[in-house]
Design a protein around this ligand. Structure first.
Ligand code: XMP
Length: 510
């Protein structure tokens, strides 16, 4: 199948380039920035994109590709750092700019023969650089410019080399997708033959090659990611897969029943169910720090898996539903990216668990996983369920986790979910839940005074959990939720609504 390759020089957007090309139905993969030209000759991509990155080309030790890629005769598009790399390689000069260009700029298109085909005049483009081309190589022409970059897009048509200073992959660039399509179809002549069905088939054969006759343990939560992984693994290795569902006592109401029923009756995948509520709540006693809670839960999960492995094993592999945003936020991508924050399940497994990890979704975004899950026949009741974090209600309970706060978070969340469903809002939002902390406020319940808990309602919208906005729910729904929680959930006096977006907040409070 025709493909485009992105060489990852560490930009936070490298994977987004891949995703945009895939959205145009061309198979696209991200490879290390220093992938040998010899390997690329074997893979025979129709086009190569050199990504942006945090380095400056004139700094010693800044990352370089194998320069042999320029002799392959394959069309190349350099973006930002990639553009500067091309300029530098072919005799132009990059220097620190007097004017840093961050954000939106007006791009004037001077030549719309190929890369800017069907795009006329001026477009808004998104820039993020502080280095600029002082001079471009002599056999290159300018395709577009901005006020502060006289050569914001350049070309050497003989060598099929294109360079652009801005980022076409971000949605803030007008016609950005059109530019990437022009590179893929018009310049590289790649056929649009890639879709989720093909991804699924190639992933399944990849899993088979990797795993062979080994046995795989797959931890499922009922969430879309782990369910998708389980169904893929089941297709790939059949009975050599065992799925385990751990009830850590921090689940949403009715979760265990829903997961058991979906796996056993709908998907026909046998499930080992472990009730470990006491183990987890005992380990969490007295712990207030969010990161410490996450560590404890992660370690305890590993111990439960180890118990399951000794009882039902041996297993050689553990399958996980890690997604690309988890990896990119942890700075563990293919390239020299900066670390933003350590995220969730990417920390790795303890060595003593002695299981190799298989993560078939690690190149996908959440919305892509949803499409995959639909292809795999994952039941709608799981597909439509909002994402739920692995550490469960522990990250929605601020301060110490105890039975009372678990009950309040669980019962209040159920009310939030039920009311959104009743008002046909549940499927319109990304996540909706109730959190609780140690803050209390005075209320009057019946004739008496009650110094009770404050519950925080959080309803957010998002596309891929990288950013999120709080949802402007109609006031009557908020009112109904508030009334029901203070009437029905014992020990609650006040209900508040969280109006913070991500960034600067995160979706979960802990
Ligand atoms: P944050 O709070 O980082 O959450 O904005 C982004 C998305 O990830 C979910 N989340 C987790 N999922 N394990 C998971 O499987 C975790 O530890 C975890 N923490 C947060 C969160 O619900 C949101 O959808």
């Amino acid at each position: 199948m025709d493909r485009i390759v992105v060489l990852d020089f560490g930009s936070q957007y490298s994977h987004l380039i891949c995703r945009r090309v895939r959205e145009a139905n061309v198979y696209c993969e991200l490879l290390r920035h220093d992938t040998p030209a010899r390997l690329l000759r074997e893979i025979r991509p129709k086009g190569i994109i050199i990504s942006g990155g945090p380095a400056s080309i004139y700094v010693e030790g800044s990352p370089r590709p194998d320069y042999g890629i320029f002799d392959l005769g394959i069309p190349i598009l350099g973006i930002c750092y990639g553009h500067q790399l091309i300029v530098d390689r072919f005799g132009g000069r990059i220097r620190k700019s007097n004017v840093r260009e961050y954000g939106s700029s007006n791009l004037v298109i001077d030549d719309n023969k190929d890369l800017f085909s069907n795009i006329k005049g001026n477009i808004r483009c998104w820039m993020s650089h502080s280095d600029t081309a002082e001079s471009i190589p002599k056999d290159f022409e300018v395709l577009a410019h901005t006020d502060s970059s006289s050569s914001a897009a350049i070309v050497n048509r003989n060598k099929k080399l294109f360079g652009i200073q801005f980022h076409p992959e971000v949605l803030h660039t007008e016609s950005g997708t059109e530019i990437l399509k022009n590179f893929s179809f018009r310049i590289s002549e790649a056929a649009p033959a890639w879709n989720m069905k093909d991804f699924l088939e190639s992933s399944i054969s990849e899993i088979r090659n990797k795993v062979g006759r080994d046995r795989v343990l797959c931890a499922v939560s009922g969430g879309i990611d782990s369910t998708t992984v389980a169904v893929m693994l089941h297709r790939a290795v059949g009975n050599n897969l065992r799925c385990v569902f751990v009830n850590h006592g921090l689940l949403r109401g009715g979760e265990e029943e829903l997961v058991v029923q979906s796996f056993e009756q709908v998907l026909n995948i046998p499930l080992i169910v472990v009730n470990a509520s006491e183990r987890f709540t005992t380990m969490l006693r007295g712990i207030k720090d969010p990161e410490e809670k996450r560590m404890i839960i992660g370690d305890e999960f590993a111990r439960v898996f180890s118990d399951v492995a000794s009882k039902h094993g041996p297993f050689q592999w553990l399958a996980q539903g890690t997604l690309y945003p988890d990896i990119i936020e942890s700075g563990v991508s293919h390239g020299p990216a900066s670390v933003i924050k350590s995220h969730h399940n990417v920390k790795g497994l303890p060595k003593w668990l002695d299981l190799k990890v298989i993560e078939p979704l690690s190149t996908l975004y959440k919305d892509e996983v949803k499409k995959l899950a639909e292809n795999l026949g994952v039941p709608t009741q799981l597909l439509k369920r909002h994402p739920f974090p692995g550490p469960g209600l522990a990250v929605r309970i601020i301060g110490e986790v105890n039975h009372e706060k678990i009950r309040i978070a669980r019962e209040s969340s159920k009310i939030v979910e039920d009311e959104l469903m009743a008002a046909s809002w549940y499927n319109k939002v990304w996540q909706a839940y109730a959190a609780v902390g140690d803050d209390k406020a005075v209320g009057v319940i019946g004739d008496g005074r009650l110094y009770g808990h404050i519950v925080i309602i959080r309803v957010v919208d998002s596309v891929d959990a990288m950013t999120a906005d709080w949802v402007r729910l109609p006031h009557d729904i908020i009112e109904k939720i508030s009334n029901r929680i203070s009437n029905e959930v014992e020990g609650v006096t006040w209900v508040t609504y969280a109006v913070s977006s991500k960034p600067p907040a995160t979706i979960e409070p802990q």
